[in-house]
Design a protein around this ligand. Structure first.
Ligand code: SF4
Length: 91
């Protein structure tokens, strides 16, 4: 995950852009539901020192990664969202 996307993810977590707020919330919830059922979720680790729920494949913090619309699951369980498609009907 690039530094740009990491910054975007935390920005979207704490202060999401107003016009994307609902999309980000919905997409993140759907992705987190999938992650919760995934064997690569950090909750399955016995001796992890990291307190955050993260993906053991890519290492990313899930509450942040799932809020980056352009990100995707490293094993293909959820896809990137093309935000241009979402905005097409707004003009
Ligand atoms: S990002 Fe993908 S591989 Fe990682 S925990 Fe979520 S569903 Fe599993």
């Amino acid at each position: 995950m690039s530094w740009t996307n990491i910054i975007t993810g935390w920005r979207n977590h704490f202060i999401p852009p107003e016009e994307l707020k609902e999309v980000i919330k919905q997409v993140s919830e759907e992705r987190l539901t999938i992650c919760e059922q995934c064997p690569l979720h950090s909750k399955h680790l016995k001796n992890s020192l990291r307190p955050d729920a993260h993906c053991t494949s890519c290492g990313c913090t899930l509450i942040m990664k799932t809020k980056v619309l352009a990100e995707q699951c490293p094993t293909g369980k959820w896809k990137a969202i093309d935000i241009n498609i979402n905005n097409q009907n707004e003009h």
